[in-house]
Design a protein around this ligand. Sequence first.
Ligand SMILES: [Fe+2]
Ligand SMILES: [Fe+2]
Length: 166
Amino acid sequence: MDHIHEMIDQKIEELEREGNFKKEKLFLQHGTTTVYEHSVAVAKMSCLIVMQLHLTVDLDALIYGALLHDYFLYDWHDKSRGERWHGLTHPITSLRNADRDYHLGTIEKDIIRHHMFPLTLTPPRTKEGWVVCMADKICATRETVFRTRHEDIQPPMPPMGPEVGV
Ligand SMILES: [Fe+2]
Ligand SMILES: [Fe+2]
């Protein structure tokens, strides 16, 4: 458990240091949850899904992509910004921003680009992309319907070697 939480914390630290990830704290996602809190919750939920389903994934890429999946960096509630098609366009905006600020691999790009499937028509091409797509919907539902802040998401992590899940 600590292993995964340490990985998530390390990635957050890295993203805050190297780019504009902290800016996600300025914008609300659903209800009173910020985009930052939502993204961390999606990373944790993605890890939880991986553990529950005993999936073998690239955990580094999964966490990195999950944290950056909504890296659009604007207030999507502000209609004056002309983001009327936010639902459809923000995966591309997030990918463009993340690609500008960080080094992304194929899996991270797939996660960000396709996380809104089926609203956007093209499905994820990687296992990690499917996991984040699912985790995002679970977290969005919790935020919107149950107004939850996600403090309760604690992936039950068994002891893992560095090679497990990679
Ligand atoms: Fe999104
Ligand atoms: Fe999201």
